[in-house]
Structures are given as structure tokens and as C-alpha cells.
Design a protein around this ligand. Sequence first.
Ligand SMILES: *Cc1c(COP(=O)(O)O)cnc(C)c1O
Length: 399
Amino acid sequence: MARPDLHDRIQGLRKLRLAQNRVRVRRTISRRDGARVEVDGRWLTEFCSNDYLGLSQQFEAVTALQDAAGRDGIGAGASHLVCGHHAAHEQLEREIADWLQYPRGLLFGSGFLANLAVQQALLLEESDVCVQDRLNHASLLDATRLAGCHLRRYPHADPEGAVRQLRHEGNGAAMLVTDGVFSMDGDVAPLRALHLAARMQQALLYVDDAHGVGVLGPEGRGSVAEARLGVKEVPLQLVTLGKALGGYGAVVLGEDALIQHLAETARPYIYTTALPPALAAAMAVGVRHARRDQWRRDKLQALVERFATATLREGLQRLPSDSPIQPILCGDDASALAMSAALERAGFWVPAIRPPTVPEGRARLRITLSVLHGAADVDVLVAELARARDALPRLSGAA
Ligand SMILES: *Cc1c(COP(=O)(O)O)cnc(C)c1O
């Protein structure tokens, strides 16, 4: 029998995506000024970046990047264990650990890599198990595949479901893994109950707080701190630097022994070039602002409340969320795409999020709020959302 031809295969898949309205396109940004972006020659107000605290163009952070690049150049030169570990990396790890009150941090190239590293370095036996929330980030699911152990998923935000799945796999070492704030829904995981589940079942609890750190909790320490938990209950957690902190990279925080083990054995740590030290220097400035500038969180919270009230008044189907991630459910893909296109005509950039990123029938507009927005931006956005919903063909729109 002839082998499947890979060109034929991808052509077939592309046709399928076309038929299902699931082709994905990239848009190109040519200029950026806060939440205003020039896309394909036209200025739009974006409600889709994860720059919740408005730190990606923060003056001091940008200056720190320029200064450090002038001194150290654009790259680290090597991986951390060879000769790429710089003082700026060391300093950033220390500042983040100090901020979140964890013993130690380890800097990774990205959150995706960090998630691969944590599971690969700890779940070493085939009989080990990783138990995960159904709506966890893709990198957490891929990580289990890479680790080669059992993956079991429980219904969204269901600690009893987690216990059932942990019980089912009796013999191996176990990790219980959850997003802190769910990236497509914006809700917060029931961390205290998950901690009890993990403790009862002798599993290690790992929280990926990509969207919580900077935004939630005292000093913006994230969803773990907001749940009044710490390293004792959550021995490992992930902070990403590309969301509220406005840059790029990630830090895994944890107990000393766990972090030491990651640094010495995790392949996605060892076999990759260290983050540019200039970027690490800029991120340390971002961290100081995220920690200190309570006004950013206060303003963000006021915008979230404004959006919630206005969407309720307009009868829009908002998913329950207190975070800056505020999804509006549209149901089928075509409605989500039509609403996104109508918003763009009105000057707003709000992409439709479709399966497989979200479950079938749960296509949505994933609206994200930022301190870069003003109250008037939110008001006009909600008015245009309602107009776009009203313009949908009958029967197809759930929004
Ligand atoms: C964005 C994200 C990641 C990946 O982080 P990157 O630094 O962008 O690679 C991991 N987990 C969650 C929950 C995320 O939202």
C-alpha cells in the first residue's frame, strides 16, 4: 500500500477548515499606541490583547530594555547551563519569587516551554498520572503527552471530579494541574477545594496563573495568593511574562528542591537559549510596576464592572467572570465571525474564538479589558456589540 502523501493530507485538512469556517488568518499590526493599533492600514481599538495592566509600552520598562541591549546586546549567547545565565536573569527570578512569596523561581523562554518542563521533569513513570481541568491551556495538555504518562481530565472547575480521577489511578505519582484564571472563560479555579483534593490524594498541585498574576490578589500576586494559599499548598506555580506583565518569558515558582530539579533535568530548560538578558532587565521593571501600581488594578476592576453592567442591560450573553477576560458567547462559528466583522467595521478589534480553542457550540468573542481603555471605549464597544447581535440572522445567534 502506498504511504499517505503529506501534501494531499494537508490540502484535505485545509478544505475541511474552509468548509467549517475554521480558516485562521493573521492580521498585521504596523503601529501601536496603547489600545489603538494600526491593522492593515486602519486604526482600530483592540479588545483582545493580554496587556491588562498596560505595561507593554511602559516608559521605564522600554528604557530599561534599550539601555540593557546597548550594554549586553540582543541575545544571551547560550542556554542557562552553558554560559547564557546573566545577572539580569538572576535578578528577575529573585524579584518575582520575592513578590509572590515563594522560595525560588526559574526563568523559562515562554509559558509553553515552562509547562512542558514541569511535567516532563516530574512525571517520569508510565504509571504516573496528570489530572487536569477540561478547560486547561493547550500547553498543559501537550505537556502530559510529552511526559508520556496518563492524562485524566475532570469537568471544568469540579474538585470532586478531580478526586474521582485521582482515585481512578491508584499507583503512580500524581500531579493535579489547573489554570488559575481560565484563558478563554475568565473564571477563577476553585483553588482551595483543589488543594484539599490534592492533599487527600497525595498529588502535587500545580497552578498555571498566566492570567491571574498582576491582576488578582494582594499586590497583584495572583489567584493563589487571592485564595490565601502559598507554597505549602501549591508547591509549584507558573507566572508568564507575556500577559499582564507585557513582555515575554515565564517563571516557575516553587520549593527549592523542585526548582533545583527542574534546573538540572528539564529538557525545555536545558536545551534552549536563555531569554535575552535585556528583556529580563525590562521585565524586572514591569514586575515592580505590577507589584506597586495598585491604581492599575483599581482602574481595571472599574472597567470590568462597567462592562458587566452594560452587557447585562443590553441582554448580551456574558460568561460569569470577574477577571479582565470577558467572553460574550455567540454559539455557532458563523455568528461569532459575523459579530467580529461588524465590530471591526465599527472600529473595534475583537476576534472570534472558535473550536478547537473552545468546545463545539461555544464560539465566542473573547473581549479583554485593559487599563489602556477608557470608560467611553467600553460604552461604545457594548453598544456596538448589541447592534451586531441584533443584526444577526434569526435562529443562528445565541448572543
Ligand atoms: C498564554 C498561556 C500560556 C503560554 O504562555 P506563553 O508565555 O505565551 O508561551 C500558558 N498557560 C496559559 C493558561 C496561558 O494563557
